[in-house]
Write a protein that binds this ligand. Sequence first.
Ligand code: CUK
Ligand code: CUA
Ligand code: CA
Length: 640
Amino acid sequence: MSGNQRDDQDLANTPLLAPVDEGRRRFLAGSAMLGAAGMAGAAGVAGVGALTRSPAAQAAAGDAANIHVNPGELDSYYGFWSSGQSGEVRVLGVPSMRELARIPVFNRCSATGWGQTNESLAVLGDSARFQNGDLHHVHMSCTDGKYDGRYLYANDKLNTRVARIRLDIMRCDKIVTVPNAHSIHGLRVQKAPKTGYVFANGEMIVPMPNDGRHLDDPDQYWSVFTGIDGESMEIKWQVWVDGNLDNCNADYSGRFAAATCYNAERGVTLQDKMRFERDWVVVFDIHAIERAVANGDFLNIEGCEVPVVDGRGDNNPFTRYIPVPKNPHGINATPDGKYLIANGKLSPTCTVIDTHRLPDLFDNKIELRDTVVAEPELGLGPLHTTYDGRGNAYTTLFIDSQVVKWNIEDAIRHYAGEEVSYIRQKLDVHYQPGHLNATLAETAEADGQWLVVLSKFSKDRFLPVGPLHPENDQLIDISGDEMKLVHDGPAFAEPHDCIMCRPDQVRPTAIFNRDDPFWAQARQWAEEDGVNLETDSKVVRNGNKVRVYLTAVAPQYGLNEFRVKQGDEVTVIVTNLDRIEDLSHGFAIINYGVSMEVNPQQTSSVTFTADRAGVYWFFCTWFCHALHMEMAGRMLVEPA
Ligand code: CUK
Ligand code: CUA
Ligand code: CA
């Protein structure tokens, strides 16, 4: 069985949607619930097959011409893609969907040396012991509700971290591990007046502190919502919440953030987590939290200095728990700032919350559900919603394998009792979509040009590559009245989310500034050793610690050889003196597992133990010159 299975009995009371695609939508009956909760499983067995369309028919529906970016031409949008369990961020051009770059974050990167260079280890800090991560959400810093091109922020669901990426050099410069939380899932930024905070959702519930106490007592398991300063990356405060936290978002006033909770039950089994008919959207009053923290009105979890305010229960100044149907997932703010829309997942609905009613809610002038202005029925498995800036919302239907376009104001009128149809179109996607995002849709500048839907299954859409299929990031043209599928984009595991912005909103540098703080440590070593990084190549010994300073100018390093003793701790510091755009060098040592990038005007360093005697060639890894192959030298390791 699957969610696609027809059950005509249920169709009787769905006249509104009948013209669109009658067979696909229905409530999840109680008996279907378990199957729905294991949606991927259900889809794998029957759902995908049931939705297969002739590829030719789909291609005909598209208009491939307008996504073609000619050789030498540039894309009209940057896309920043997360990569889930691959742990990195990917940069794409839209609409060509060409992959432009990968930014290593939580992963170990063979090309750049991320996870091995001293510079990356300094960023990773204590968490360098992890060589992996699960990066679901990537979002850009904002000013006045618009992307400002300073930073990207991303979460690590696997090892409970939040990372920042500098957009000038497209490298990660800060990673913090979030205390008291167990897995960071939802991540969004404060949109106004400026980022501001990075909001991080603790997903799994655990004892606080999680030090071995209360192992068998889930009543003592909790979760926290965390506010991180996007500039200093300090953890400013946490809110102790009921239930758990899935996705989050922020409003456009700067006062509120909101998160979905699928585990209001605080259950620890699948069945537990589906017990209630409703879970909730938790709304956070950021100003109230800030006031309490400023007044010292907070507590601390044992062993941790982060201020924690108690946001549990019905009557606290910090949170409100708005009941919404069963196990909601995504939550997305409309670009006009009016609404927060939560996606039902196990309910075929989305819940539209009026953000302008939130102040009254916190003043206890209205009831929780008074903030809800619509709850449109959209189809099976709504996961995420995005916007075109023209009043329409686009929601992924995981089980139906569709994107549904619907009109927000019409849905509100319908909820108020008017006979009006709010569904505009349903488009088959391939298959089982998670996130979707339209150009600039997470900001006030949503421009309704392109929509990317990140499909979890690709099944028959690509040449087979073994049991692990690619994902399918599909591009949809939403500039007209009708959604048109125009491109299939295979992607390796597993983009969960993406954002798109205009090229003028990102200002990457082509050549490093020699004053860049990225290699502050190497600069300090050079100072200690009386070495000028920009001119000197030399070996400086201090006991069994050896620092090797090398310049790199195509096609030569500053030294043809350097000599160390077996057992030495060796640090090689390479400075690329080429000032030419695109002229990257690398530095790698054969049979020592050392390899790193050294981009124009950058200094990179790596430390290792010269544990084996012999001749070891080092070489340049980026093809930089006609004599690139000759850009090499010898590390001579004298036997102990
Ligand atoms: S989540 Cu994966 S599809 Cu981690 Cu934003 Cu919804
Ligand atoms: Cu330097 Cu290749
Ligand atoms: Ca639940």
